[in-house]
Design a protein around this ligand. Structure first.
Ligand SMILES: Nc1ncnc2c1ncn2[C@@H]1O[C@H](COP(=O)(O)OP(=O)(O)O)[C@@H](O)[C@H]1O
Ligand SMILES: Nc1ccn([C@@H]2O[C@H](COP(=O)(O)O)[C@@H](O)[C@H]2O)c(=O)n1
Ligand SMILES: [Mg+2]
Length: 485
């Protein structure tokens, strides 16, 4: 074993020697305060910059993604656990980054003596490049991640994997907790803890089946590099973990808990944390797909109407779920009692003419015979003067009001309409504003003025441009829906 170690510390294999210096300097640093409680993890970039790496600044007002680090020994099931989490989440806002992608490619000389190369040493990875990619992702930019080939120990020179900026980034690898700069990027750290014998057995099978190795070479590499590096670097980094998963992918309870935790993080847009009466419909690939279609400027009107209607229906159903209910018991055909609830009956809809009228059918489809009033806000000239026409149910003050307008932009017309409803005697807390997309500026404008009103939307936008148009938005909604564009 000693001879093996010696041969591993030559010019290109200086990992072990360099490492004792690195390890002592990093182990003398205090363990990083985890930013687990905050999605904004402000410490991460600052400390990365302090270590000589400056990620590009985040766009103003953009929220920082939630970064989860997953570490553990080789073949502990890190990749398997991450795949399971991503599969269960079934959400496009989660991306996986593998530390393996940042293995340095071997030089000709190193390739000739590959059996002497220590792939388990921190120096085997290009950590600066990993930090640069993570910094870009954290600041909302997409990145091209190298593709590593375990059979020839090189990166594919031509192809990359494009990873888009996302709300949750999972970073997995044997040594992702080793370097403090990488640890500091993480909001949550998970260590996959699997028995060493099981890991060795899995590694033999995986490397012979998938990575083009034979059993002898796997065992030699394991004894010479993998196990010592596990003891020196991987195991000592376990102390940084917030969550330890025993048995890896077999531990369904732990994986379910982690999935739930990520879902909570995903469900909370920053605006929802500030304004608790703002609700964003939980996104799925179907919802994202429908948004993609209606935002496409080239979509035909019938398709725009079809997919808008589907989305509006979801928003309406979600909004109805926030109305009060009363208990109701019924007897089923089997003679059993079903302890249910009764819908709130004192309801009405109010559409802001003209685009709000596109939401009326969905409301009628969900609430049979519902009364629907209308408000028209008419701008006169350029001096900000407005005329408001309305036709509202006479008993509106006794009803819960579902106010409808597909796009919440500046919030000015919404506020005018809400003021009118309040003047008509509707209590603020009985008004719910339903829309398809909301600009953060509009949400703030409405919520500051009417903090007890509820807003239900299906997506929160980036913001407004200089012309007060919603970005990315979907254009003139009324014209597109009614085919007058
Ligand atoms: N719970 C499990 N039961 C059986 N085989 C597993 C389990 N988890 C992972 N494996 C297998 O073990 C090997 C190593 O798992 P992998 O997820 O690649 O580990 P890591 O990424 O930690 O190296 C793979 O071939 C994988 O299919
Ligand atoms: N060319 C390479 C590169 C890496 N390895 C081994 O991979 C292990 C890390 O990947 P896991 O999925 O197992 O975490 C690490 O232990 C290296 O020994 C390799 O064999 N060849
Ligand atoms: Mg792996």
């Amino acid at each position: 074993m000693d001879t093996a170690m010696e041969s591993a510390v030559g010019p290109h294999f200086s990992g072990l020697r360099l490492d004792s210096r690195r390890l002592s300097s990093s182990s003398s640093l205090p363990s990083s305060p985890s930013a687990a409680s905050s999605c904004n993890g402000g410490t991460a970039d600052a400390s990365a910059a302090a270590n000589g790496f400056s990620p590009p600044p985040a766009a103003e007002g953009s929220k920082q993604p939630f970064v989860i680090g997953v570490s553990g020994g080789t073949a502990s099931g890190k990749t398997t656990v991450c795949d399971m989490i991503i599969q269960q989440l079934h959400d496009h806002r989660v991306v996986l980054v593998n530390q393996d992608s940042f293995y340095r490619g071997l030089t000709e000389e190193e390739s000739e003596r590959v059996q002497d190369y220590n792939f388990d040493h921190p120096d085997a990875f290009d950590t600066d490049q990993l930090l640069e990619c993570m910094g870009k992702l954290k600041s909302g930019q997409s990145v091209n991640i190298p593709i590593y080939d375990f059979k020839n120990h090189r990166r594919c020179s031509e192809s990359f994997r494009k990873v888009n900026a996302s709300d949750v980034i999972i970073l997995e690898g044997i040594l992702v907790f080793h370097d403090q700069r990488v640890r500091d990027l993480m909001d949550m750290k998970i260590f996959v803890d699997t028995d060493a014998d099981i890991r060795l057995a899995r590694r033999i099978r995986r490397d012979t089946v998938e990575r083009g190795r034979d059993v002898i070479s796997v065992l030699e590499q394991y004894g010479r590099f993998v196990k010592p590096a596990f003891d020196d670097f991987v195991l000592p980094s376990k102390k940084y973990a917030d969550v330890i998963i025993p048995r890896g992918g077999d531990n369904h309870v732990a994986i379910d808990l982690i999935v739930q935790h990520i879902r909570t993080k995903l469900g909370q847009h920053d605006l929802c944390k500030i304004y608790p009466n703002v609700y964003v419909v939980h996104t799925t690939f179907q919802i994202r797909g429908m948004h993609t279609l209606i935002r496409d400027r080239d979509i035909a009107t019938p398709d725009f109407v079809f997919y808008s209607d589907r989305l509006i229906r979801l928003v309406v159903e979600h909004g109805l779920g926030h109305l009060p209910f009363t208990e109701k018991h019924v007897v089923t055909p089997t003679g059993s009692t079903y302890m249910g609830v009764d819908f709130c009956k004192k309801l009405c809809g109010v559409s802001i003419v003209r685009s709000g009228e596109s939401m009326e059918n969905a409301l009628r489809a969900c609430c049979k015979g519902i009364k629907i009033g209308k408000i028209l806000i008419h701008r006169v000239g350029d001096n900000g003067q407005q005329l408001i026409y309305h036709k509202l149910p006479l008993d509106i003050a006794e009803r819960h009001v579902l106010l409808m307008d597909p796009v919440l932009g500046t919030g000015n017309s919404a506020n005018q309409a809400i003021e009118l409803l309040i003047r008509k005697g509707v209590p603020e807390e009985r008004i719910m504003f339903l829309n398809l997309i909301s600009a953060p500026e509009g949400v703030r404008c409405v919520c500051k003025r009417f903090p007890r009103l509820k807003i239900v939307t299906s997506e929160i936008e980036t913001g407004l441009n200089e012309e007060y148009r919603v970005i990315p938005g979907l254009g003139e909604y009324g014209d597109r829906y009614f085919g007058t564009d």
